[in-house]
Write a protein that binds this ligand. Structure first.
Ligand code: AMP
Ligand code: MG
Ligand code: MG
Length: 335
């Protein structure tokens, strides 16, 4: 390889380490027991200290290195320099060693938009926190969760950090950190994993799998449902429905062969929820669109809300699109 790595590869390599740092912040806040919960538009739209600190960390770390990129984060925060200990300067050497797909090798910082969801699945994060023992009751460790046994613990895996990279309106790369991955292993276990992908290059950090046979396993929201959402899921004639939290988590279900389609016939998901997941899904041959089968754009000036819902699948996207009922299509207008 001649010369220095392409800007987008340097950005992606940094985003990998920045997502890891954000994941460690998300763990730390959970273990502190002081979540600092704020209701944004209502009880089903929450923000915690972890959302705030993780976003500050991600935005400051990326903008110091790449001052000319546009970064759009979910949380509205005062513009101030964060604590120095929140800033991450590392990068993934593995990503830097990859060859950039030719079409992106000449991209300039000014052409790049980064969509940041510092904590996807906040609702589930707050629910899971109620069954985690805190340092006052358990020995402090930077690794292990202070976990007591509870039915709500699985919600920890619904939580992800999402950093999506877009250019020309398209999601061209994405990083997903899952901070509590391996929580089942108990105290002392190394927690968290980071997945990343780029169409034209591939996806890494997980084992790609498909749902065996022709089973239609539909994953959808567990906390933002309504009649249109359930009508659309029912129309897929599912063998099984998995109601789990988080857009990132649902895409992980698709690429790891635990679900065949992500069906969400409702507004509510935003561009920061879908940019990174879409890039990773596309990198392995899947597809993410609105419920009409139209693609979303990720330019800096687009509306944040994915008003026409989400329909995503690793395989057979057309089949699921063909089953969306007329009533649902009429309820959700395309942009
Ligand atoms: P869910 O599948 O319900 O976990 O939603 C995936 C992402 O979209 C999460 O970031 C949610 O916060 C967001 N989302 C979906 N529906 C809504 C809604 N009605 N209000 C606020 N956020 C929503
Ligand atoms: Mg989200
Ligand atoms: Mg969020």
């Amino acid at each position: 390889m001649s010369g220095s790595p392409a800007v987008v590869m340097r950005l992606l390599a940094s985003a990998y380490s920045v997502a890891e740092k954000a994941g460690s912040i998300v763990r730390k806040v959970l273990h502190s027991g002081e979540l600092g919960i704020v209701e944004k538009t209502g009880a089903n739209d929450l923000q915690t200290l972890a959302d705030r600190l993780a976003q500050q960390s991600i935005c400051a770390s990326l903008s110091r290195r790449f001052p000319k990129i546009t970064i759009i984060g979910e949380e509205e925060l005062p513009a101030e320099d964060p604590r120095e200990d929140l800033v991450e300067y590392g990068h993934s050497e593995e990503i830097l060693q990859k060859t950039c797909p030719a079409e992106y090798s000449g991209l300039k910082e000014e052409e790049i938009v980064v969509w940041v969801d510092p904590l996807d699945g906040t609702k589930e994060y707050t629910e899971a926190s109620r069954c985690v023992r805190h340092p006052a009751e358990a020995q402090i460790s930077h690794k292990g969760p202070y976990i007591s046994h509870s039915a709500a613990l699985w919600l920890l895996d619904n939580v992800t950090v999402l950093i999506g990279i877009a250019c020309g309106g398209k999601a061209i790369a994405g990083v997903i950190n899952q901070p509590f991955y391996n929580y089942q292993l108990g105290p002392g276990a190394e927690l968290g994993r980071t997945m990343w992908g780029m169409p034209g290059l591939g996806a890494f950090g997980f084992q790609l799998q498909e749902v065996p046979g022709d089973r239609r396993i539909i994953t959808t929201t567990r906390s933002h449902s309504n009649k249109v959402v359930t009508d659309c899921v029912d129309a897929m004639e599912p063998h099984e429905v998995l109601r789990v939290g988080g857009a990132g988590n649902k895409i992980i279900h698709l690429v790891e062969g635990r679900a065949s389609a992500y069906v969400f016939a409702s507004p509510g998901c935003k561009k920061w929820d879908t940019c990174a997941p879409e890039a990773i899904l596309h990198a392995v041959g899947g597809k993410l669109t609105d419920i009409h089968g139209n693609t979303y754009r990720y330019d800096a000036n687009v509306k944040h809300m994915n008003s026409a819902g989400v329909l995503a699948a690793l395989r057979n996207h057309e089949y699921y699109a063909s089953r969306v009922p007329q009533s649902v299509l009429q309820a959700l207008k395309s942009d």
